[in-house]
Every structure is written in C-alpha cells, then in structure tokens.
Design a binder for this molecule. Structure first.
Ligand code: NDP
Length: 515
C-alpha cells in the first residue's frame, strides 16, 4: 500500500496503540492508562506486497459468463478505506442488467446446471475451491485493500474459510439424496443473493457454494463498498469453466439489491445485512412463492464467570469484539462479567488492548484495520457519543490514528446499563459494552434481553454450567470457552430480529432445496 500514512512518531510510520495521544483526530479522545503508555519498543514494519494484485481501472458486471458494462453505462468508485484513495470504477447495475442476469441464470438452470448430475457439479465447485487456494494471497491482499481489514485476518480467516466452504459443499453435490431431505430433493431455480461488506468473499462463498451444490443458479449482489473480490471470484468461475449464467455478479447499490430480490424470475432470496433492510426484503417477498433466508444483525452477550481462566477469557473477549474492527454480526459486543471478577477482567482487558496495533491493513503485524466506510464511522461515532451522554464511562487505550482513511480506536464502555443504546443497538464497530451480573440466572436474563438472537459466548470452568446456559440462551450459535470460530460444517443463523434460516452444514442445503 502506498500510504501507511499514519501520523505516528514511531519509525514504522503507522498508527499504533500504547503511545502518546495526538489531538488531531476527533475520535482520539481515549483515556490514557499511564502504566501502559510509552512501552518504549516498536515492531518493524512488515508490509505485505500489493504487487500480486492488479486492480483494473474499470470493472464490468459478470453476466452470462462475461464481463460487460452496465446497460446504461453508469459506474461508481470503490475506495480504499485505509487511504481514501479511489481504486477502480465499477459498473452500477440497473433494472435492465438485473433482467439480463436473471434471464442468463434461468437459461443456465434449465439447460445446463439443473439437469447436470451432482457428481459433475461437484467438479466445478472443487475447481473453484482449488483456485481460491492457489490465488489465496491475491484474494487476501485485494480484500484488505477494498475492505480495510488486516491482512492477517483476510489471509488466515476469510480466504481459507471461503475455499473451505466450496470444498465442503462440493462434497454434498452428489450426496443430496442422503442428506435427510427425501429421496430426490430438487433445487429451487434462480437464487438472488445480497451480501454485506464485512466479509465480502466469505459471504459470497456462504451464498454461492450451497446454492450451486444443490443445483441452483445465482445472481449475486455484493456490497457497494466492497465489490472487488466478488468480481475476482467471477474471474475464477470463468477460469474453472463454469457454464455461462450459472453465477452472475451484479455490482451496484441498495437499489440493485432491491431489484434482484423483487425480480419475478427469482425463486429464492438469501440476504445477509442489517435488520432494517432484512425487514424490507421480507415485506418485498411476502405473498410470493420465493423462499427466503435472512442473516441479520446481533448484539451478542459474551458471558464470563468467576471460575473462567481469565487470561484466556480476555483473549476471547478481544477476539469477540475487536476481530474485523467489530464489523461482525455475531460479535461479542456485550461483555457480561460476574461482579466478583469484573474489575480484574476489565483491568486485564485494558492492558491487552493497549498492545493491539492499529494501522496499515497490509502490515502483517496489524491487529485493527480501517473502518469500512465514512457512513459506518459516523454511525460508530454517533452511538459512542450516545453512550457517554447516557452516563457510561468510555475508555480507549492511548492511540494515534492515521490522518487519512476511516479509523476508530478500540473502545470499552463500563458502567453500562441495559437501557443504554450501546447495550441495545448494533454498533458494528470496535466498541465493547461491559455489564455485570451476580448469578447465572441473572446472566441469562440479561443476555436474552435483546431483540437479537444470533450468538453468545460462555466462559467458565464448569461443563455442566455451559450445557445448562447454552440451553437457556436464545441465540443461534453459542460458543463455550472460545469465540468467533467458524466451520463450513457447522450451521450458523439467528433467532428473533437476527433472522431465520441457517447457513453452513447440512442445514445450509435445506435453504436451497425444495424441502
Ligand atoms: P445493509 O443491510 O444496507 O446492506 C447489506 C446489503 O444489502 C448490501 O449489499 C446493500 O447494498 C444491500 N441493500 C441495501 N438496501 C437494500 C434493499 N432495500 N434491498 C436489497 N438490498 C439492499 O447494510 P449497511 O451496509 O448499510 O450497514 C448498515 C448496518 O447494518 C451496519 O451498521 C450494521 O449494523 C448492519 N450490518 C449487519 C451485517 C450483518 O452481517 N448482519 C452486515 C452489514 C451491516 P449497498 O452496499 O449497495 O448499500
């Protein structure tokens, strides 16, 4: 990356925590913990080269196996959130393009992909999976450039998991009759899939792999701020010889997504994103025979008991909320900690946060990258201000943010009560709200006191307590003594306003079969 334009005083020239605060950035208001500031040593820069990626000045839509400009010629810019530099112009799909993509998907479904034996479909999925592995570094760098996430995460989490999803569902393609859905489960037809910006390639894999394995064809709409890896995946589909029209990628804005989901030629809608848009989509497909799965927001409780191994729990708390800058629907954004250990946990957490490194997403030492967009940054800033105004105590490690790009320091609120907005609303940023409890029953009541129900974490030494609590928590995923662990074989999805349907595992196939 040409920039790394941190205004840091360190030799690496990158933003980092545990240094003297500079007043330049509006969010640099963190409270210094004197014992942690000025540790007096610094990592050498370890930048991943961006040479492996060749970003084109213009990208077209991927329709019927070919890249083409939008019918009306409109484009939009995709920005590197760490530097604010425009990276490329990307085609903005309109209704005419949605029509063309759905028609291509329909024809591919009826003539090629639907009738094709599962064992043949599997070969294409295996090929895509292998290509993802072979081009993993290229994908990882591109993902970090477009999304702002640290290369360590795109390299070690997003891309390997995306490949794993294709491998996993390739294995199901010729075994659908043994999946427990009856002797001849049938695909649904054309799937319209709309995905968010927080895990751009991984969400594309979560949507495409089960749909294709089950015999459907796809029209995928990536998020406006992160279109590039979906377009590279389209290139991989070409490379894998996928028949034209089986996968179509329409870049564009929210309107494009709305047109995809309400198109009469679409049989199945799959959406990941905000609860608000999820509700709009549910209304748009109500009364049609479209099958719908929604994976929406969350406000997960990460519950730490007094018998938990505290150092391990602190790592889990950090991973739970600061992984991917907190842009994670299942993030452990509410820490529920037993009162007797609350001070010790918060103190250790603050120490740990002071060692995290914020800055250039392409630096292999970076823990916290850029916020994906100015809109998301504004939302985080607004909610954290509300937290202070409502009386919670705000803390961030001493922190120097780069002077260009969109950044937010890791932030911890203590003294949070359940009525505070920061305890109720999805912030989708590196912001943790700490609440306390005394008994397991109180922990359950507080954990479930949310309109969401996507995930939860439990930290305790007692297996029986884990089993008992997991049954009482209204959350689709409950992690025990770990957090944010994903596997393609494991179903993922929510209750209540976190949506319905499951992705991953055998359950993920059901969403794409007529069962
Ligand atoms: P959105 O829900 O608006 O976006 C998700 C996807 O839906 C994007 O591809 C978006 O396109 C598209 N979209 C937007 N409006 C419509 C519509 N009416 N019909 C169909 N598709 C549509 O999320 P945002 O990016 O605006 O983020 C807002 C908030 O949502 C975040 O602050 C966070 O709280 C939450 N969120 C939750 C996610 C999750 O995984 N649960 C993921 C992302 C966000 P486009 O990008 O072009 O707007």
């Amino acid at each position: 990356m040409s920039s790394g334009k941190a205004k840091s005083g360190g030799s690496s020239g990158r933003g980092r925590l545990a240094v003297e605060m500079a007043p330049a950035h509006p969010e640099q208001t963190g409270e210094t913990t004197p014992a942690l500031a000025g540790l007096g040593w610094e990592y050498a820069p370890a930048p991943e080269s961006r040479d492996i990626v060749s970003i084109q000045p213009q990208y077209g839509l991927f329709v019927a196996g070919e890249f083409r400009p939008a019918a009306d010629g409109r484009t939009f810019a995709t920005i590197n959130p760490a530097t604010e530099e425009p990276q490329a112009q990307v085609a903005m799909a309109s209704m005419a393009d949605v029509d063309a993509a759905v028609a291509a998907a329909r024809s591919a479904y009826e003539q090629v992909w639907g009738p094709m034996p599962g064992s043949e479909r599997a070969k294409y999925l295996y090929r895509i999976a292998r290509q993802l592995q072979e081009r993993a570094r290229e994908f990882a760098v591109l993902e970090s450039l477009d999304n702002g996430k640290p290369i360590r995460e795109s390299r070690d989490v997003d891309i390997p998991l995306a490949a794993a999803h294709f491998f996993y569902y390739a294995g199901w393609a010729d075994k659908l009759e043994y999946a427990g859905f009856g002797p001849r489960p049938r695909p649904l037809g054309v799937a319209g899939q709309v995905i968010p910006w927080n895990f751009p390639l991984l969400m594309a894999a979560w949507k495409l792999a089960p749909a294709l394995a089950a015999g459907n064809t796809c029209v995928l709409k990536p998020a406006e701020t992160t279109p590039l890896t979906a377009l590279l995946l389209a290139e991989v589909c070409q490379q894998a010889g996928l028949p034209p029209g089986v996968v179509n990628v329409l870049t564009g804005a929210g309107d494009t997504g709305a047109e995809v989901v309400s198109h009469p030629g679409v049989n199945k809608v799959a959406f990941t994103g905000s609860t608000e848009v999820g509700k709009q989509i549910a209304r748009a497909v109500a009364g049609t025979d479209k099958k719908l799965t929604l994976e929406l927001g969350g406000k997960a409780a990460n519950i730490v008991f007094d018998d938990a191994p505290i150092e391990q729990a602190v790592e889990g708390i950090v991973n739970g909320i600061f992984f991917n800058q907190g842009h994670v629907c299942c993030a452990g954004s509410r820490l529920l900690v037993q009162e007797s250990v609350a001070d010790a946990v918060v103190e250790r957490l603050q120490r740990r946060l002071a060692t995290l490194r914020l800055g250039d997403p392409l630096d292999k030492n970076t823990d916290i990258g850029a916020i994906n967009s100015p809109q998301q940054l504004a939302k985080i800033a607004e909610l954290t201000k509300a937290g202070e105004a409502e009386g919670a105590h705000r803390w961030s490690p001493a922190c120097q943010l780069p002077d260009r790009g969109y950044w937010f320091p890791p932030t911890v609120f203590t003294g949070v009560s359940q009525s505070h907005r920061i305890a109720r609303e999805e912030i989708f940023g590196p912001v943790l709200s700490v609440l306390t409890f005394r008994t397991p029953d109180e922990a359950v009541v507080k954990a479930n006191n949310t309109p969401y129900g996507l995930s939860a974490g439990i930290w305790t030494d007692k297996g029986s307590r884990i089993l008992s609590l997991a049954q009482q928590l209204r959350a689709g995923v409950v992690w025990a003594n770990t957090y944010n662990r994903f596997d393609p074989a494991s179903p993922f999805g929510g209750y209540k306003e976190s949506g319905y349907g499951r992705e991953g595992g055998r359950h993920g196939l059901a969403a794409y079969l007529n069962v």
